[in-house]
Design a protein around this ligand. Structure first.
Ligand SMILES: [Zn+2]
Length: 74
């Protein structure tokens, strides 16, 4: 999958390939060389600065949801 990351510092955006099974924690802007990191609560730079959420985040949410349900039942 490919997502467009927009740099919050200079506004430059670039298309980057998203790994299917991993989160990208650091991304260097190709224009201003700023190192982007995920915002609090986000797992990767695609979730914070990209136009798409990363695929692993969907899996993470479903796992968390199931875990909460199991806990409330006991
Ligand atoms: Zn930048």
């Amino acid at each position: 999958m490919v997502a467009r990351i927009t740099c919050p510092h200079c506004g430059f955006s670039a298309e980057e390939r998203m790994p299917d099974d991993a989160c990208l924690f650091f991304y260097e802007c190709k224009q201003c060389a700023a190192i982007l990191k995920p915002l609090p609560g986000d797992c990767c730079v695609f979730c914070s600065y990209g136009d798409q959420k990363c695929p692993p985040k969907q899996t993470f949410f479903s796992l968390t949801f199931n875990d909460d349900r199991n806990r409330s039942q006991t």
